[in-house]
Design a protein around this ligand. Structure first.
Ligand code: ADP
Length: 510
């Protein structure tokens, strides 16, 4: 038998699917990536074809194994990480989805959520506290899976009865992929992990089981829900007929943001990472107590390495960060490529008094104001495009500062330093601005693919490829750190301007 040298991660994201192979040092060996179609049936609605996603995942697995000359005998385990909250309902007997996957960004259940918020007994106070937060750690929002499942069952004739009879299965993309990898209609395992289940509005954040009151209220039959397992556990084996061409253990599962936390070796209480992609997602490890937030953050399951046990995180989700740079590129044509923002913003010393609040789809954490809209403020004849580009980079950093402040208020502990990852952290100016605006050290690791790495780690731990989290900690290495260069006075004056700009953008649409 060949030596087990690798762990494979399948990273199924919003726009593309990736397969990455990692060695024992946590270093990437080979990677393959393919995009899938974005379906926009109406304004504010977003769907994916779950069958296309499964096909692309098979393609990237085959592609990566072939490209890297990786024999499946050398693969110790497979880990999955996924776009979270995206909802699939399919027929158990055929494996055919009964409706397109409803994507996390989809706003179709907004009206239901507004009405729900008014419902006596469920409504939230001005801190977002209420029954929903108490049961799930979350807020009433179309973002999470629960109302999306309800929408499918309300709109596909006969589906609720079929679901109650066990003929239909629900899953986020993790569940959908594991079911297909382990046999599909021929005995595929129907499981999820705590980190994904905690994004459905249906899991009780304390018991880590499906919550009876939430499932009843949203009218989701228990029979269609997957079993909730730890993030690192042997779920099943791949079929030899599948893309791996052999029976390989599937043993890791984490939602993408939690996977990045795990890949960044944030295993101690207080450890925090921020991922800079389309949006920003900051997670702080808060240990084994799922404390609710009073400052606009979510409480979420971070990871579980053992049945019945869980490490939790506070999460600050920001909708538009890298996407604002894309907007400069695609809509205003101020940059040819996103990385050009670094050179152009570096041509000026500051933003010339300009603030850009990129509230294109409202403001998420910590404001949760869906009626806010984007605004560029402080314009004078002096302002050039370079100032606007710099203000865009600063908007990423200021939004992050908002979330850090909320985390410090909730946890009552000052954040020592921030580990960063994601596509935009290659921008050195952005990272320096982030350190200046936070007044904290910002640390970029050598391996920036922390999402896939986290899934690989969870899978490898379950099969003994890595012994324990100390092995994983030892793999983590710093690439560069950024320390604050600006004075406290300048920092606070800049931040006060940002707060004023945010106030102007709030409550814009009725
Ligand atoms: P996602 O996983 O959310 O698709 P990525 O991690 O691939 O995102 O990061 C891509 C995002 O980061 C895009 O929105 C892009 O505009 C932004 N981005 C990428 N490189 C840079 C850069 N050098 N400077 C600023 N923004 C960047």
């Amino acid at each position: 038998m060949s030596e087990k040298k690798y762990v494979v991660a399948i990273d199924q994201g919003t726009t593309s699917s990736r397969c990455m192979v990692f060695d024992k040092n946590g270093l990437p060996v080979v990677s393959e990536q393919m995009e899938h179609a974005q379906i926009y049936p109406k304004p504010g609605w977003v769907e994916h074809d779950a069958m296309e996603i499964w096909a692309r995942v098979q393609d990237v697995v085959r592609g990566a194994l072939q490209k890297g000359n990786v024999c499946t005998d050398c693969v110790a385990a497979i880990g999955i990480t996924n776009q979270r909250e995206t909802t699939v309902v399919w027929e158990k007997a055929t494996g055919k989805p009964i409706y397109n996957a409803i994507v996390w960004q989809c706003m179709r259940t907004q009206d239901f959520c507004v009405e729900w918020q008014k419902t006596c007994g469920w409504c939230q106070d001005d801190k977002g506290r209420g029954k929903v937060k108490d049961h799930t750690g979350l807020l009433i929002s179309p973002y999470f899976s629960g109302t999306k499942i309800k929408w499918i069952l309300d709109n596909v004739p006969g589906s609720r009865e079929r679901a109650a009879n066990g003929e239909l299965l629900f899953g986020n993309i993790d569940t959908w992929l594991i079911w297909n990898l382990t046999g599909g209609p021929n005995g595929g395992v129907h499981v999820t992990d705590v980190s994904n289940a905690s994004r459905t509005l249906l899991m009780n954040i304390k018991t880590l089981q499906w919550d009876e009151e939430m499932t009843k209220f949203l009218d989701v039959p228990m029979a269609m829900l997957p079993q909730i397992r730890p993030s690192s556990a042997l779920y099943g084996h791949t079929l030899p007929e599948g893309p791996f061409g052999a029976s390989v253990p599937v043993s890791g599962n984490l939602g993408d943001q939690q996977a990045a936390l795990f890949g960044q070796a944030c295993y101690n209480q207080g450890d925090t990472k921020n991922t800079y992609g389309t949006g920003c997602f900051m997670l702080m490890n808060i240990g084994e107590n799922p404390a609710p937030s009073d400052n606009g953050l979510l409480t979420t399951a971070a990871y579980s390495l053992e049945e019945g046990k869980c490490v939790y995180a506070l999460e600050g989700s920001i909708a538009i960060t890298g996407a604002a740079v894309q907007w400069l590129r695609d809509n205003l044509k101020l940059v040819d490529e996103s990385p050009d923002s670094e050179y152009l913003a570096g041509k000026v010393d500051d933003s010339g008094g300009v603030y850009f609040v990129p509230a294109f789809s409202g403001l998420y954490a910590p404001y949760w104001d869906m009626s806010a809209r984007g605004a560029i403020l402080g314009l004078t004849r002096y302002v050039r495009k370079e100032h606007i580009i710099r203000a865009t980079l600063e908007s990423i950093c200021y939004q992050t500062r908002d979330v850090v402040d909320a985390m410090e208020k909730d946890s009552k502990v000052p954040l020592a330093e921030l580990k960063v990852d994601g596509g935009a952290v290659k921008n050195n100016l952005l990272m320096q601005l982030q350190s200046d605006i936070l007044g904290k050290k910002v640390i970029r690791p050598v391996v920036n693919e922390t999402t896939a790495l986290g899934a690989a780690y969870a899978a490898g731990l379950a099969v003994g490829f890595w012994e324990n989290v100390d092995d994983l900690r030892a793999n983590w290495a710093e690439d560069t750190n950024f320390t604050p260069l600006s004075s406290d006075e300048k920092r606070e004056a800049g931040y006060n301007g940002w707060k004023k700009a945010v106030d102007k953008s709030k409550g814009w649409v009725e």
